[in-house]
Design a protein around this ligand. Structure first.
Ligand SMILES: *Cc1c(COP(=O)(O)O)cnc(C)c1O
Length: 425
């Protein structure tokens, strides 16, 4: 099929019904799939034939949604997971085991920071956290002999650091490892990291992709571009026989889809964090309007950011759509159509003033969520990043007074009016 534009993929991607089939992607709410002979089924277990047999490995509803996201990102294939947390875990664990090491941009989502620095550390995987704005010579120092990947967020949650993707891709590649990017905030509507050299992309589909706060989910997308064989000694899981499949070698058998196939048939088989077909169905309905919603989120956020910047109760605002932002230039390069609907800012009077302001909001709600249709706020230091020490907060780019405002798709005049009244309480 010729390349389609993003809006068309949002609406039509992943599923093409044949004559007499449902127009809407059906929910295959079935754990299992039927075969006529025992030999047919045996071939599936040996990966000699493709087909569905058990939803923990693959399900038609999930596959259609994964295919849509893969097409949106311009990758070869994708795998849905039960959450964004699971997506990031699988993305790394697929190529980095006990004794391995990852270079990671420090400003990342609090949940990911905990996953990496506490839980994956217990599995014997070490992370070195780096300042993404540091010069290349400085970043080079973080690499070790056992480094297997570089990880970062395209636009970080909640600190909204815009990553210099090309700098990070070149750095990773010069050390023979892939760049894994969490592209949750921009979504492929605003940025397609593979075009700038990223190799693997992850998503918390819970956010803009679902967009209505109905379903927790995640996704891992493989660009198919990383040459695992060129660095075979670093990635034995992909380039040497897998005993759990009679010794198949993923790079030999699956070529460009080696990474994502291994993640599905080995990790998902064994760890089982699948997305339910019901959630995949809901995510797909969200995806059908992603291109419209993301545009509106960005238009509204730009206006709200400008309002905040011109308000003298506000100490600082961070939104890369503002010319005053440290990330304005990187934003123009990587996110020319807008970054996301999330703004971070602080009020004069610090932490206490921030809390008073949040408690005074009327329809802008305090929720542990971000990036859905309804405008919401969160104070990361008291909520998502509560477990982090003051020092870790700063490292993660979260000032103690930082308010994360997720601008929704309501009428922007009403959002601004609510902010205004809360600031004047
Ligand atoms: C929310 C989020 C996650 C975690 O996703 P869940 O779906 O909540 O598990 C990971 N990365 C980013 C950037 C996020 O915003």
């Amino acid at each position: 099929m010729s390349k389609r534009n993003l809006g068309t993929i949002c609406v039509q991607g992943g599923y093409t019904p044949k004559k007499g089939e449902p127009r809407v992607l059906p929910i295959y709410q079935s754990t299992t799939f039927k075969y006529d002979t025992s030999e047919q089924m045996g071939k599936l277990f040996d990966l000699e034939d493709s087909g569905y047999f058990y939803t923990r490995l693959q399900n038609p509803t999930n596959d259609a949604v994964a295919a849509k996201i893969a097409e949106l990102e311009g990758g070869v294939a994708a795998m849905l997971t039960s959450s964004g947390q699971a997506a990031n875990f699988y993305a790394i664990f697929n190529i980095c085991e006990k004794g391995g090491h990852v270079v990671c941009s420090a400003p990342i989502y609090g949940g990911t920071f905990n996953l990496f620095s506490v839980t994956m550390k217990k599995l014997g995987i070490d992370f070195t956290f780096v300042d993404p704005d540091a010069p290349v010579e400085e970043l080079e120092k973080a690499f070790q002999e056992n480094t297997k990947a570089v990880f970062a967020e395209t636009v970080s949650n909640p600190s909204l650091v815009v990553l210099d993707i090309e700098k990070f891709a070149n750095l990773a590649h010069s050390h023979g490892v892939p760049l894994i990017l969490d592209n949750t905030f921009p979504t492929p509507i605003n940025c397609r990291p593979f075009e700038f050299g990223a190799d693997i992309v992850t998503h918390s589909t819970t956010k803009y992709m679902d967009g209505h706060a109905t379903s927790v989910g995640g996704c891992v997308v493989d660009s198919g571009n990383f040459d695992w064989n060129a660095h075979a000694e670093k990635f034995p899981g992909l380039t040497t026989p897998d005993d759990s499949y009679h010794g198949i070698i993923y790079t030999e058998k699956f070529g460009k889809a080696a990474y994502i196939t291994k993640a599905t048939v080995q990790l998902m088989r064994d760890l089982g964090s699948i997305q339910s077909p019901q959630n995949a169905f809901l995510t797909n309905i969200g995806l059908e309007t992603l291109h419209l919603r993301v545009k509106r989120h960005c238009e509204n956020a730009q206006k709200v950011a400008e309002y905040l910047e011109n308000n003298d109760k506000v100490a600082w605002v961070n939104y890369c759509g503002l010319k005053s932002s440290k990330y304005y230039e990187l934003g123009q390069k990587y996110l020319p159509n807008g970054s996301c609907g999330v703004i971070s800012f602080g009020l004069k009077g610090g932490r206490e003033e921030s809390i008073k302001f949040m408690d005074s909001l009327k329809f802008v709600a305090i929720v542990t969520h971000v990036a859905d249709a309804r405008t919401c706020v969160l104070h990361p230091a008291s909520h998502t990043h509560r477990q982090l020490t003051e020092e870790q907060l700063i490292e993660a780019g979260v000032q103690p007074d930082l308010i994360r405002l997720s601008v929704g798709i309501e009428d922007v005049e009403d959002i601004i009016a609510d902010l205004e009244q809360a600031m004047n309480v």
